[in-house]
Design a protein around this ligand. Structure first.
Ligand code: MG
Length: 152
């Protein structure tokens, strides 16, 4: 059996209608340029963190603010565990992974994970992190010496 052009168009429209009816979207993922070697701006870091997280499926199920903040904590704990395992604070090392690129590890990488999770969070909630940093840093400059009187 051969399909003429009319039949192909009619079947395509029917499939598109069914897809629309059941809520499927055929939207290709936006093509992102490769990361450049230039320093990231805060906005670029937020966008990259959010977009990668979304494209890798981490936005498909709802997460609470508490979940997301706990995951930020978990990356700091991973940084501490690296140090407890004897890794110098400034050392990035690589773990071999079968069939894939070597996985970067170490305190600096876990700190990067913290920043990436914060960037993703800011992307999800539309937080202008650059503005928040500037506001808080400006305020911190105005604070007295060892404000609050805490020992640590
Ligand atoms: Mg990590």
């Amino acid at each position: 059996m051969t399909l003429d052009q009319f039949t192909i168009i009619a079947l395509s429209l029917l499939l598109a209608g069914i897809a629309f009816w059941i809520g499927l979207e055929f939207r290709p993922e936006p093509k992102r340029p490769p990361l450049s070697d230039d320093p990231l701006t805060i906005d670029e870091m937020v966008f990259e963190s959010f977009e990668t997280s979304r494209q890798k499926g981490w936005h498909e199920e709802p997460r609470t603010v508490g979940d997301l903040i706990a995951l930020m904590h978990s990356e700091l704990s991973e940084a501490l565990e690296e140090f407890r395992d004897g890794q110098p604070a400034d050392k990035i090392w690589f773990r071999g992974v079968d069939g894939g690129p070597a996985k970067p590890e170490g305190v600096p990488v876990e700190l990067a994970d913290v920043v990436i999770r914060i960037g993703d969070f800011c992307g999800r909630y539309g937080i202008d992190l650059d503005e928040a940093l500037r506001i808080k840093m400006y305020y911190n400059r105005t604070r007295p010496h060892r404000h609050g009187g805490k020992v640590l």
